[in-house]
Each structure stands twice: as structure tokens, then as C-alpha cells.
Design a protein around this ligand. Structure first.
Ligand code: GDG
Length: 483
């Protein structure tokens, strides 16, 4: 047993771990009459898959894939990863009405835009709220059915905000942790949600509530203080509700940095050259973006920044290529259709204006690439561009650092949670497109020694703050809260 798993075993003190999130790490679907599978896109699934593959345990999630129901056993379980089984995925099945209300309306068009300050208006509907409550209740019941004598439960993200309260009614003595993976907005914004009180009460069912930054913790505590009649202990960041103490902690998530670094080190010069040839950057700088195709990630702004860069510095035309991998997500929602259109028209405008010969400034790939496929690209990229308008943490910024050769530069939005830790990155305000262009110029002009120096410090930060360390700290706080 390796040391990171030993440590988690120690802190769990014999408790069986039950993890829950709305999205599942592996989705089964029909393709041409055959059953196929794919990994989920997104930070929560990626981070926990590394952790669960190493630790084992049970992960409870909604089974929304078209073939999900056809591959589970009579307990709704399936062993995953499909090609190297290491832990159990328990799928909770819901009706299409429940799915629509829960995901498309209540979560993705309400709580997601509400929590990210990017000026997309949240939309609320009574019926969606009803389905949201039902699905949270179903998940709580599925978790309760899995509980044995010594179980610890870890709930994840804004989709499950009512689950802790429902679960505690069924299993009052089971240590229950909750991690909110996106920003927590100010009280003035959060109270726009017609059910803000119910959501807070739901979250306070947990014994421990985690956020990525101290700023989100403070926003949350202030929201609780203004909304509910409980006492907030600002010195220790605890909430007192009756005779219960609920801990609220800033615990920034990390990546499997060591694993990524090892996989990256194993990539040969040939593989790096293949990436350079594939993107036509053998003698050019490779700029890289990896984002879900989401309006919070600042993709139109990133594309437009190249126009400003080339207008100000025409000598750079032909000298660099931005490869943007934009994984499709929530594709049926109008705001997502719109941001894809805006991004594509910005890509076309830049490519039409500056392309010459066999070179074009932006290679835009609206597709999913697995983390394994991303590693050689992370390793090769001279610059990584993360321009989120608002982001809970942003794991891509950390993955790039872990997998990069050591001479790359990271341009990072000031409004990503990771900006607090990654202080040697070139930090920009993506609401001002010129600032992104200035950041790119700074990265390109930076002497190699300074890039190496910054990257060495960034690597140290990322290596010291891994997903395993994060999970260990969270579980340690959780188990301690019940002692
Ligand atoms: C939420 C919060 C927070 C793999 N292939 C692709 C791809 N992946 C993986 C990346 C990375 C993950 O998806 C994306 O994680 P992020 O953290 O960048 O973003 P969200 O999905 O918005 O995650 C975020 C996170 O939860 C964890 O708490 O950091 O703030 O919003 O691991 O390797 N990603 C994309 N294309 C691929 O082809 N975009």
C-alpha cells in the first residue's frame, strides 16, 4: 500500500467511505447499436477518479447515460474504471422529468450562474425546484442504504445542496462532509435564489462544509449569519446550530500531481515532436487552452485577445498558434449554444484576418480529449492560457504545471480560485481583453531563466498540494468533527 493511501486509511479510522456527486466518472451510452463508455468531463469527476482509483470505496452518482441501466447489477452497481476496476460506482436512476428539473433547470441554469459572477442571469422555476428536491432525496436514500456500522459520507457540489439534511434525518450519526466546488457568491447575490434559506438549511445538515478559498468561506458564513438564526464563530470558522457545531473550512483542491508528472516525464522527444507536427508548431510557440465550453471560462475573450496581440505586435503574426481544446458541455442550454457561437465567430474573425500559407493562428477543437491525451500537449505547450471570468479553483492550471517540461509559462485569470496559490503565474483580468494580450506578450518575452524559476516554484506548490493531500485534510477534519 502506498503512503498516500496509508495516510487516508489512518485518518478514516476504519470508516468505510461513501462518496456522492451528481455526475458520474464513467458514462455508458449507445453508439451505432453498441454499448460504449467514456469518462466524464469536468473537475469533480477527474479529481475524484484519481483518488477513488487509488483508495477504492463506493461512489454514488446519477446514471444519466443512455446505456447506464444496461450494465449495472441488481444493486445498481458497476466496477470502474471499466478497463481496470478499482472501486464501485452505484448509479441512482431518475425519470427524465426529474433529470430535466434537477440538472437543466435547477442546477445548470440557476445555481451555476448564481454562484459565478459573470453576469449571466439565473432562472428559477418552482417545478425544477420540486424535481431538485426529489433527486436530492433519492440520493440521500441510496446513500443511507449503503451505510454500515462505520461509514463516512462525502457529498459534492451544488447539485446536492439538500442532500446532507435529508441524509442526516435517515442516518444522524454518520459523519457527513460536503464540498462546494464552485465560488460562493456574496450574500446580496445568493439571496436572489428564492430558496436560499432552504439551501443553507440543507447544507447545514453536514458536519463539515469545504470551499476552495477563504474568500468563499467568508461569503458563506456571512450569508448564513444574515439568513438563519445560528451563531457564527468568526475566529474558528464554525457555525453553531442548536447544540451542533458545523465546521466551515477553506481546503483548496489539488491534482494527482505526482502521477501526472511521472506520465509526462515518460513522454519521449518523438512524442513531443508528434504534438508539434500535429499542430503545425515545429518552429512556432504553442499556446494552449483546455476548458469546458462554458461561459464562465472566458473563451471569446481569449480568442479576441489574439487580435489585439497581432494588432499591437504585427511581428508576432505567424510565430505562434493557440490550440484551444473546448470540451462540449450542457450543449442543449441556450446560453451554451450562444457562447459556442460567440467563440467560433471570434476564432473565424482572427483566423480570417491573420492566416497565411499553411498557418492559422487558432486551432479550435470542440471535442473532449482524455487526460492521457492531454499530457503530451501540456508537456509541450510553451504557454497555457486560463482566462476564466470566475472559477472555483481551476484544475487545468495545476495539471499544466505538473505535466509541463519546466520552461513553460502560465497565464492565469485573477478570478480563478487557483490564483491565490499560483502566485508566480502571469495573472490577468480577462474582463479586459487587452490585459490577456499583455499577458501573452509578457510570457513570450520572458527570459528562459525567469520562466524556469517561476515554473520551479509553481511545481513546488502543485506537488505539495495534491488531490490526495486535499482528500486527507478533508477527511481528517470530518472524522475529527464527530469525536
Ligand atoms: C469544477 C469547478 C474546480 C479532461 N479532458 C478534457 C478536460 N479534462 C479534465 C481536465 C480537468 C477537468 O476536466 C476540468 O477541471 P476544471 O477545474 O478546470 O473545471 P470544472 O469542470 O469547471 O470543475 C472548478 C473543479 O470543479 C474541482 O473542484 O476546480 O473551479 O468549476 O481535470 O483535465 N477538460 C476539458 N477538455 C477536455 O478535453 N475542458
Amino acid at each position: 500500500m502506498n503512503s498516500k493511501i496509508k495516510k487516508i486509511n489512518q485518518v478514516l479510522q476504519g470508516h468505510k467511505l461513501l462518496l456522492a456527486s451528481s455526475s458520474e466518472p464513467y458514462v455508458h451510452f449507445y453508439h451505432g447499436g453498441e454499448i460504449n463508455w467514456r469518462t466524464a468531463v469536468g473537475g469533480v469527476a477527474t479529481a475524484f477518479d484519481a483518488f477513488m482509483s487509488a483508495y477504492g470505496g463506493t461512489w454514488v452518482a446519477l446514471g444519466l447515460g443512455t446505456a447506464d441501466a444496461n450494465v449495472i447489477d441488481n444493486q445498481n452497481n458497476i466496477s470502474v474504471p471499466p478497463n481496470a476496476p478499482a472501486y464501485t460506482l452505484k448509479r441512482v436512476m431518475v425519470t427524465s422529468k426529474e433529470e430535466e428539473g434537477f440538472l437543466a433547470l435547477s442546477s445548470n441554469t440557476a445555481l451555476w450562474p448564481l454562484s459565478h459572477v459573470v453576469y449571466v442571469r439565473p432562472q428559477f422555476s418552482e417545478d425544477a425546484w420540486l424535481q431538485y428536491r426529489k433527486v436530492n432525496q433519492k440520493l440521500a436514500e441510496a446513500l443511507s442504504a449503503e451505510c454500515t456500522q462505520n461509514t463516512a459520507v462525502w457529498l459534492n457540489d451544488y447539485h446536492l445542496s439538500l442532500c446532507a439534511q435529508y441524509f442526516k434525518k435517515l442516518q444522524p450519526n454518520v459523519p457527513t462532509g460536503f464540498f462546494w466546488h464552485i465560488p460562493w457568491p456574496s450574500y446580496e447575490i445568493f439571496k436572489i435564489c428564492p430558496w436560499h434559506k432552504e439551501i443553507l438549511e440543507g447544507l447545514l445538515g453536514a458536519d463539515l462544509i469545504g470551499f476552495h478559498t477563504q474568500g468563499y468561506v467568508k461569503n458563506f458564513l456571512y450569508t448564513v449569519e444574515k439568513t438563519l438564526s445560528c451563531k457564527v464563530d468568526w475566529q474558528n470558522f464554525n457555525i453553531q446550530q442548536g447544540n451542533r457545531i458545523i465546521k466551515v473550512r477553506a481546503l483548496p483542491i489539488g491534482t494527482d500531481s505526482q502521477g501526472l508528472s511521472e506520465l509526462s516525464t515518460a513522454k519521449s522527444l518523438d512524442e513531443i515532436n508528434t504534438v508539434r507536427k500535429q499542430f503545425n508548431v515545429l518552429n512556432r510557440k504553442l499556446l494552449l487552452g483546455v476548458d469546458r465550453m462554458d461561459y464562465t471560462k472566458g473563451l471569446p475573450e481569449k480568442m479576441k485577445s489574439l487580435d489585439i496581440l497581432f494588432t499591437r505586435y504585427p511581428e508576432l503574426v505567424g510565430k505562434l498558434t493557440l490550440v484551444q481544446i473546448a470540451a462540449p458541455t450542457r450543449t442543449k442550454l441556450p446560453e451554451y449554444v450562444q457562447v459556442l457561437e460567440n467563440t467560433l465567430s471570434a476564432v473565424d474573425a482572427v483566423n480570417w484576418k491573420y492566416a497565411q500559407g499553411d498557418w492559422k493562428p487558432i486551432v479550435f477543437l470542440n471535442k473532449f480529449m482524455s487526460l492521457k491525451e492531454l499530457i503530451p500537449v501540456y508537456k509541450t505547450a510553451d504557454v497555457c492560457l486560463v482566462t476564466s471570468l470566475h472559477d472555483g479553483m481551476n484544475l487545468v492550471s495545476k495539471e499544466y504545471i505538473a505535466a509541463n517540461s519546466g520552461e513553460g509559462a502560465l497565464i492565469l485569470s485573477k478570478f480563478a480560485g487557483s490564483a491565490e496559490q499560483l502566485t508566480q503565474a502571469i495573472q490577468v483580468n480577462p474582463f479586459l481583453v487587452e490585459d490577456i494580450a499583455i499577458g501573452i506578450k509578457q510570457a513570450l518575452d520572458m527570459p528562459v531563466l525567469e520562466r524556469q524559476k517561476r515554473m520551479t516554484k509553481l511545481k513546488k506548490t502543485v506537488m505539495q498540494n495534491t488531490v490526495f493531500g486535499w482528500a486527507t485534510d478533508f477527511l481528517q477534519e470530518l472524522i475529527a468533527s464527530k469525536l
